[in-house]
Design a protein around this ligand. Structure first.
Ligand code: NAG
Length: 224
């Protein structure tokens, strides 16, 4: 039997197609923006700044964190937020607190860590992640190897795009974390634990607010 489509069916089908297209564009655009243009930050330079901050802090975590933040601000100027604030971050089962220094569609720079230690999944991203230790140790392991990687202050743990690991901070740990790639594609990982576990919507809103603010700020000055 021949099916007859009435007007409203045709319209709803069109709307559905339009919606699907909009969703694809919404996902693809920011993902695309993560690639192939000039970046503000350089991971080698960030590691140098981290090492200088470690020296200046003389073993005092508070001082190390503020020294690193100041050095980064001196070097990268108004690409760094003026008065960043701390907020909890739960992702991949790990919990810590972070200070967002910069966020755009293609890069973010944060201080991440915890005075207590934590453990979880790194996430598997369409982005490179450079985790430079400034206080304490981070341990990491790939799924294939019964081998523990150990990163001490001054070491930079590079998690290449597409790779995931288990990681652990056995005690207090702080890091200068730089991500480069499709930042929007990383956000769901950063938000998922709120819905499946913490229900801490205050931290979620703070995170959305600061990342959206950073992305807009950088877009307005012509940087993706
Ligand atoms: C570390 O430095 C901070 C800030 O200068 C200071 O308030 C704190 O007492 C120091 N901590 C230790 C253990 O010396």
């Amino acid at each position: 039997m021949e099916e007859k489509s009435n007007g409203s069916e045709i319209i709803s089908r069109k709307l559905l197609r339009l919606g699907a297209l909009a969703a694809i564009v919404a996902i693809a655009l920011p993902v695309f923006f993560g690639y192939g243009h000039r970046h503000v930050f350089d991971p080698v330079e960030l590691q140098e700044l981290a090492k200088r901050g470690i020296e200046q802090g003389k073993g005092n975590s508070t001082l190390v964190i503020s020294s690193v933040t100041e050095l980064v601000k001196e070097r990268y100027g108004d690409h760094i937020f003026d008065s960043p604030r701390w907020m909890f971050n739960n992702a991949g089962g790990a919990m810590g607190t972070m200070l967002v220094l910069h966020c755009s569609l293609s890069e973010y720079l944060i201080i991440f860590g915890t005075p207590l230690g934590t453990e979880g999944h790194t996430g598997r991203f369409m982005a490179d992640d450079f985790f430079t230790m400034i206080v304490g140790e981070q341990w990491a392991a790939l799924s294939k190897a019964p081998l523990r990687e150990v990163y001490a202050p001054g070491d930079q743990h590079h998690l290449p795009r597409g790779v995931s690991k288990q990681y652990r901070c056995p005690g207090e740990c702080w890091a200068l974390e730089y991500a480069r790639g499709s930042i929007v594609s990383m956000l769901p990982f950063g938000f998922a634990d709120t819905f499946t576990s913490t229900l801490d919507f205050v931290s979620l809103l703070e995170t959305i607010q600061v990342s959206a603010g950073g992305i807009l700020r950088e877009l307005l000055r012509g940087k993706v």
